[in-house]
Design a protein around this ligand. Sequence first.
Ligand code: CP
Length: 307
Amino acid sequence: MTNLSTKHLLGIKDLTADDINLILNTAENFKEVINRPIKKVPSLRDITIANLFFENSTRTKLSFELAEKRLSADVINFAASSSSVKKGETLIDTVNNILAMKVDMVVMRHPNPGAAVFLSKHIDAKIVNAGDGAHEHPTQALLDAFSIKEKLGSIKGKKIAIIGDILHSRVALSNIFCLQKLGAEVMVCGPTTLMPKYIHSLGVKVEHDLKKALEWCDVANMLRIQLERQDIKYFPSLREYTMLFGLNKDLLDSLTKKIVIMHPGPINRGVEITSDVADSDQSIILDQVENGVAVRMAVLFLLAGRA
Ligand code: CP
């Protein structure tokens, strides 16, 4: 198989296991490319890509831009905060004006769940979802899967615990879809108030005791509390959350096996994870960031039909 079964990357839910494996295998080649002295290939030199960010980002925005430049694409960047969106222009008008400048692909982050799907129904360009509200963040799940495979050799049969604010997390949902399609067992752990009502329908284990979750898993993916998406109080205080669901070195060292620690970033040090855990030799947090460039190169390359 050399082509994806989808025209866009809107969510992991739409991908087959073969699609995911194709992306991960292609990313292995690009990881080799970005570690060469000359890190650039001409694969997308006739393609123009617009990065549309309607919500803040550090890793995803820079990683996509770097991936596009490493593939020799022409790149334009759009930040809603400094655009005519502030004057009332709609999403469709904004994108159609950008497409009139002959853009082939659109990478979009948007605060509204479903924004990428909506766009794909109204414009001709290929769309990559770089995170839509609390819905999906497909390239984060792909880079997480790539990083687990790189560290543990395979994903099938591995036990992955996703810990924290599951309710507001697009990373959690995309990871659940991705890891299950690849044959992993997935557990979510956090306060009851931060679990979506539909969580049991996703076929994951649900745990509210952090120590039990850590003893069960091979990999712990620690998530940030998304205060910016919380319109009500879901727990009494951050201090109490940290006491019950924060990962510190004493807890990590008390486990009967050495587990792998992940975090999609941005980290709230001292809340969901302490600095000595985030920076420990069990953490692959910066490997995740490095792998993000290779994975996004693979996604853009395959969507452009260059395989
Ligand atoms: N992991 C992630 O999406 O980070 P950013 O919000 O900085 O892009």
